[in-house]
Ligand binder design. Structure first.
Ligand SMILES: NC(=O)CCC(=O)C(=O)O
Length: 286
């Protein structure tokens, strides 16, 4: 019996539009939906929000909406209170973060435990700078700085790895967390209508089968009134690579149950976690 996930774990992913100009309304909406998710399915113990869940996803807006991560900042307070009130682990999507010492802005995810304590932050490490002719051009590095670490979060159920959106294209972060004993990779993410159909599901399934872990991808719902059209399709993939829950494009809460026995069964059948040849790939960064 695998110990990497201590028991069955019910999760909820909240796909919604939180990208309006009114940050406080976005935050209130997020809070109401987290409460609804747990009220509708009270056995839910881990809830995930989308990337940039309470601000527009736009390089020229990140600084205006940014918060310092501290106890009395608006997003911190709301998320911490929700986690302790509902006794859940809350992966707070991401927000633009202002680091006051350097004046830099990051795209940062905060994770709170069942007591409302901040147990992890992840700063998006790989910035979304792409240029697809006749498709989409986006350059997060116009206003954001990339984070400098891989993040593995320790909880009372076990560990999970945390990345943000474009981070999922880089298998190394997931591998690092998986080798530290994570049961899942969680990615708040906002793919778009160009790259979403190409790669969203493929990447979720790839990170799952590479590492034989669950992957949880939580997107904003599509907002045709904003400049950036999120793909939607929040999903949960099991360690065998099956999509076990998937949203459409609109606002929706999806649920899934993560099962430690499933991880163990897949790992026994295809034992790649025991067959690695670290003698061949000691250091792939060289
Ligand atoms: N917000 C993002 O990082 C978007 C990433 C994306 O769309 C991709 O194709 O990668």
């Amino acid at each position: 019996m695998s110990k990497i996930l201590s028991q069955k774990l019910k999760v909820a992913l909240i796909q919604f539009i939180g990208s309006t100009a009114d940050k406080s309304a976005n935050l209130q909406k997020a809070a109401a939906l987290v409460e609804k998710a747990v009220k509708d399915q009270p056995e839910t113990k881990l809830v995930v929000l989308p990337e940039c869940f309470n601000s527009p996803y736009a390089t020229d807006k990140f600084r205006e909406y940014a918060e310092v991560i501290e106890e009395d900042s608006p997003s911190y307070k709301v998320l911490s209170n929700l986690a302790s009130k509902l006794k859940i682990i809350l992966v707070g999507g991401s927000i633009p973060e202002l680091e006051p010492k350097t004046n830099k802005i990051y795209n940062t995810s905060m994770v709170f435990d069942q007591n409302g304590a901040l147990i992890a932050t992840h700063r998006k490490a790989h910035l979304f700078d792409i240029d697809i002719p006749n498709g989409i051009t986006f350059k997060e590095s116009d206003s954001l700085t990339g984070g400098e670490k891989a993040t593995t979060v320790e909880t009372s159920y076990g560990k999970f790895g945390l990345g943000i959106c474009y981070d999922m294209r880089f298998p190394e972060l997931a591998m690092i967390s998986a080798r530290q004993g994570s049961f899942a990779m969680i990615y708040p993410g906002a793919f778009n209508t160009v790259t979403g159909p190409l790669h969203w599901s493929l990447l979720a399934r790839s990170r799952a089968i590479d590492n034989q872990v669950y992957t949880l991808l939580c997107s904003p719902a599509r907002n045709m009134n904003s400049d950036y059209h999120a793909y939607g399709h929040s999903m949960v993939v099991n360690p065998r690579g099956d999509v076990i829950a998937e949203a459409g494009e609109g606002e929706e809460i999806i649920y899934a149950e993560l099962d430690p026995e499933e991880i163990e069964t897949f790992r026994q059948g295809i034992p790649i976690t025991k067959q690695r040849r670290f003698d061949i790939y000691k250091d792939v960064s060289k």
